[in-house]
Write a protein that binds this ligand. Sequence first.
Ligand SMILES: Cc1ncc(COP(=O)(O)O)c(C=O)c1O
Length: 409
Amino acid sequence: MDSHGRSALAADGKTFRTRGISRRVNQITISAIKEMPLLASRIGGCVSLGQGIPSFPTPEHIREAVCRVIREDAHSGKYTLGPGMPELRQAVAAHLFEDRGIAADPDRELCITVGAMEGLCAAVLTVVDRGDEVILPSPNYASHIEQVLLAEGIPVFVPLRKADWGLDVDAIREAITPRTRAIVICNPHNPTGANFARKDLEALISLALERDIFIISDETYDFLVYDGKTCFNMSSVAELKENLIAVFSFSKKYAMTGWRAGCVYASEGVLDHIMKVHDAVAIAAPTVSQHAALAALRGPQNCVDEVRSALESRRNLVCERLDRMKDFFDYVKPAGAYYLMARFKAPGVDSMTFALRLMKEARVITIPGAAFGPGGEQHIRISFGGADSEISEACDRIERWLSTNPFGS
Ligand SMILES: Cc1ncc(COP(=O)(O)O)c(C=O)c1O
């Protein structure tokens, strides 16, 4: 475990060159979410409960719309304006208004980004100086840590409540210092599947306003809540606007992970600065991907319901399977997103050892909980984005492996 709470993967014993490499890049790492499949590819024959790529193809009407644009518009290969195509920003603004009552100005308050990831990174680089602190309720999405480190900020991990993975607002309050610049909140939550309680999020908003710190709201899974429930989006709260940077994604909602389209919403005064980072690193999001995003917003929305209902049934499947292994795992049932943190009952075994052995001996990819900050130790993250058959096969293998008593009695 390093000083930032990460358990860096040994990357097969590779040592990295440090000479000539900046301090800021030397101290970051490729997240274990991406490293585990890489290691697995060298082993061969693994099934994955690892990376968060859902099994669904991009809906046909989106792919068709892009083919049409490429065929008919000779200029579709050119850069768009930096903040993105005006018609796409208008469509996003209309969507945000209908969905959440957010009155975002498409010309001044929205920027289309290269996935949510670029938006999040630009947001952090915009508000964090060297030595500034950023609060990450932990366990947390691994890349949030690296983005803070890239800005030479200090991630401050505040544990989520273990019993339900809820936000501990009192603990967050205590963690705030004069150097605190932002709190990163992802709801519904990766890696735990939590859907944070509205009262906790409202308390957090009051806290952010009282202490004048930013909330960077990662809304990648805002559409994905189960059991007929919804989630409370902090971006809907008008009073927070000057202290909010909200980041949306097309990746999971429209099965568009590879298109790399996302969007940042912030007040004009803040977005003006985010745009400078966006210009320096991306110029503009890919034009074809912006057309895909536009087709997604303009097209039928039943594809979103289909994704949600398939993932809800996969959530149920994975929970049933884990219940059969309850001598070995416990977990909090996910209310949203498509991940859960399974706590393994193997005293003295850390999550990296557990996940590597599971991969080498049972040929199942999971992500060691330590990759998600200190709150993730003693867990593995299981993604149920894969097809039912994949989930069943992976659980069969885990069951068989456990029956060999891999950690002794
Ligand atoms: C919490 C979270 N934020 C951001 C991202 C990145 O999203 P995008 O593909 O839009 O860059 C992911 C992807 O898995 C995620 O889980």
